[in-house]
Each structure stands twice: as C-alpha cells, then as structure tokens.
Design a protein around this ligand. Structure first.
Ligand SMILES: Nc1ncnc2c1ncn2[C@@H]1O[C@H](COP(=O)(O)OP(=O)(O)O)[C@@H](O)[C@H]1O
Ligand SMILES: [Mg+2]
Length: 404
C-alpha cells in the first residue's frame, strides 16, 4: 500500500485527503492542533507544525512515505521541498521552494531570466537613505515584505511622504532585515493554474478572479475560461513558462498571479502548489478529470498522463465554471444554514464549512470563509447564472455577537 504525507488539515487540504483515501493510499496528515476538518478523514494524524521541516522530515522518514503534498497554501511548501530533496521524492526541490516563498529571490530569478515583472529594488531596513534608491523607480510603488503572504506587509505608496509609514508596516510583517519596493503595474489582475512534470508545462489554465475589496483585494471566487485574445493567451503561457523555469519549479502544481497591462502579461508571483478558493476544482471541472488525483499521483512518484486529459477535453469541449465563497457580513454564531436548491447537474458543489452554533467572523480575508458554491454551464454566462441562482437559494443566518 502506498503512503502519502499531507501537510495541513484545513478546508483546502480536505479534498486531497479524501481523494488519497479513495485511491486506496494510506494517508498521514500533519497539522497543528485545532478545529480542522481534515483530521477525521486521515488514517493517521500527527499534531506537528507543517513549517517545522526537521520534525516533518522525521515523520516522513519514520512513516516511509512515498510522497508529500499540500494544496491551497504556501506555508508548507518549503517543508515539502526539504523532504523531497532529503528522501528523493517526486515534487518540487528545496531550492525551488525557497525561491517560491521569498519575494526577493523570486524577483531576482525573474530579472535574471527575462520574465516580464515589475522593476524592483532591495532595501535593507538599516539603510538610512532608502528614498534615494526608490527614486530610481517610477511612482506609485509597492512596499513588500519578502516572506509573508495573504497581502500582509504589502503596501501601495503614492508619494514619498508615505515611505516611512509603509516601511513600518512592512517591518511589522516580516522576519527579514530587508524588503523590496517595486513599481505599481496598472491593469487587470488575473490568475492561472498550471502543472509542470519532468520539466514540461503540462497545461496552463488562465482564470478570472472575483475580488472582495477590503483593506487589500481578497479573491472570493474564480471563473474559467478567462477571455484573452490568442496573442495575450500565448504571452501569458510564455511568461508563466519562463517564470516556472526561472524558479526551477518541477513536478508540482503552480498557482500564478498576473497583471494584464496594455495587452502584456506581467508576472506578480508563482506558488509551487495548487490555488485555494475552489481553484483545483475549477481545473477538474474545466478539463473533466480529477485534478487532486493527478497531484497525488505525481507526488507518489507516478507519471501522470495530462496529455490524454487535455486531448479528451479538446475533443469533448472544455467546461465553463464559476465559484463563489459563502461569507458572513457580521461576527457571530451561525444560527441556521439552509440550502433550498433542488439537485441540479449545473450545481457542482455547495459546501457549508461549519455546523450551526459555530462562531464566525465578518468576512475580511480568505480564512473567514464559511463555505462555497461551484456551478458550471454550456457557456461561462450560463455557469455564472447558475452560480447566482444557487447562491440566492442559500440562506445563512448569523446571530450577531452581543455589543459590549
Ligand atoms: N507591482 C504591483 N502592481 C500592482 N499591484 C500589485 C503589485 N504587487 C502587488 N500588487 C497587489 O497586491 C496583491 C498582493 O501582492 P503579492 O505580491 O501577490 O503578495 P501576497 O503574497 O501577499 O499575495 C496582489 O494580488 C496585487 O493586488
Ligand atoms: Mg499574491
């Protein structure tokens, strides 16, 4: 029996855990303790921090696992690289993982390899006259922590008067003694899911993002296909391919963020894992296969036949689909949640993350989600219409926290 180590037990790892089980793979899950939904599906649980790569390596050795994988989070990627290298497992290397989780290393790799990305400068916190360095760039700029995610320590700056304040925010959100400043790219953000296997880019699927405007933009849903001209689609593919090579990403899923500006694709960043917020599901539905299974097969050392999947999809037609998170507009306890939708082949999935009684937060960032809905259609417009109709038939009541 094959054995896999899955890092994380949250919403975005549950489908991996369930799929591995269904495939008859012995499933070891590690995560910090907490009210995480993935634990109960695992064959064996370790309550270890997935960023503690020494400890996770010990577990992987002791369990003699055939592969290690995660989905939807960057946090555990560095550990996966470490374990893959040490145990000779199939998956991204430690070097690739380091580059993927450090914005300075990533930007340097892009610059060196001719990937189109915003111009940038490295700034040590100790540098007194850092405004002079920034003056080499065009305003506005983004101040960025190199080692955070989820828009923490990312600040847009329009004028020099804001420099010190922005620098302070970055300082509070990093463990590094330097940060980066890059030029702001005006344009439309979009993303792509992709997979590299044995150095080959197996597919790239661009997708549109629904964004919630809070302190920063937070993705709350996605859709595919994303309408790009053939030239722009080819440009996005070329940039992604270069970026993946520059970062030495191999035998892993890729979650890419782009900005489309004047018809040109700028690479914001690539992650060495599949995307969150229903993005692995978007890939599965669009090409009509089980993407989680593909991710697992590669991780346990098999060669996955993506070519056949894509060829079949080309023959049968790609399947447009769209997803949206369920959210609460207040802090409080879930009083009731009702799904009044009739079973419908266009509704791919409706998920409530929690049972009634659970305390939830007013939606501000991705982890505040309380569920999701995914729908498909003959066309994207139809998929979106089914999505909205399904959402209208879902009623969640949250009893607000008492005002103190
Ligand atoms: N150079 C840039 N130009 C325009 N917007 C940017 C730029 N860099 C970052 N952003 C915005 O900030 C968000 C977060 O930045 P990103 O580098 O992806 O950090 P994180 O790892 O926190 O996601 C992006 O999704 C985008 O909306
Ligand atoms: Mg990002």
């Amino acid at each position: 029996m094959k054995k896999i180590l899955i890092l994380g037990a949250g919403t975005y790892q549950v489908p991996l855990i369930k799929t591995a089980k269904r495939m008859g793979i012995y499933t070891v899950v590690s995560s910090i303790r907490g009210n995480y939904p993935g634990f109960r599906f695992a064959d064996k649980v370790y309550y270890e921090d997935t960023t503690d790569y020494k400890r996770i390596l010990e577990i992987a050795k002791k369990e003699k696992v055939d592969g290690i994988v995660t989905a939807g989070t960057d946090v555990a990627v560095i550990t996966i690289g470490k374990v893959c290298d040490e145990l000779g497992l199939r998956g991204l290397s430690f070097r690739a993982a380091e580059i993927a989780t450090d914005k300075l290393l990533m930007k340097e790799a892009y610059e060196k390899n001719g990937v189109r990305s915003a111009r940038f400068r490295k700034i040590p916190f100790a540098e007194e006259n850092y405004a002079k360095t920034i003056s080499e760039l065009q305003m506005p700029v983004m101040f960025k922590s190199v080692d955070s995610s989820g828009s923490r320590g990312i600040v847009k700056v329009d004028s020099a008067e804001q420099f010190d304040e922005a620098r302070k925010t970055v300082f509070e959100n990093t463990r590094s003694d330097y940060f980066i400043v890059e030029e702001y790219i005006e344009g439309e953000e979009f993303g792509a899911q992709a997979f590299v296997q044995d150095g080959k880019l197996e597919f790239i699927l661009p997708h549109g993002d629904y964004v919630f405007k809070g302190d920063t933009g937070v993705p709350i849903g996605h859709f595919a296909p994303y309408d790009l001209s053939p030239e722009t689609a080819a440009d996005a593919r070329d940039q992604l391919s270069r970026a993946a090579k520059a970062m030495k990403l191999d035998n892993c899923a890729i979650n890419a963020d782009f900005i489309l500006s004047n018809g040109m694709t700028y690479v914001l960043e690539l992650g060495g894992r599949s995307g969150a917020t229903c993005l692995a599901e978007l890939v599965s539905i669009y090409y009509d296969f089980d993407y989680y299974e593909a991710i697992i097969r590669v991780a346990i050392g098999e060669k996955y036949d993506f070519e056949k999947v894509i060829a079949d999809a080309e023959k049968n037609g790609f399947i447009p689909n769209a997803s949206m998170l369920l959210m609460s507009d207040k802090d409080g306890n879930i009083a009731s949640q009702q799904n009044n939708n009739q079973p419908d082949p266009h509704i791919c999935d409706i998920q409530f993350d929690f049972e009634p009684g659970r305390h939830v937060r007013k939606f501000r960032v991705g982890p505040n989600r309380i569920g999701h809905v995914i729908a498909k259609g003959e066309t994207l417009d139809e998929a979106v219409e089914y999505l909205h109709r399904a959402l209208e038939n879902i009623h969640i009541e949250v009893e607000p926290d008492p005002v103190i």
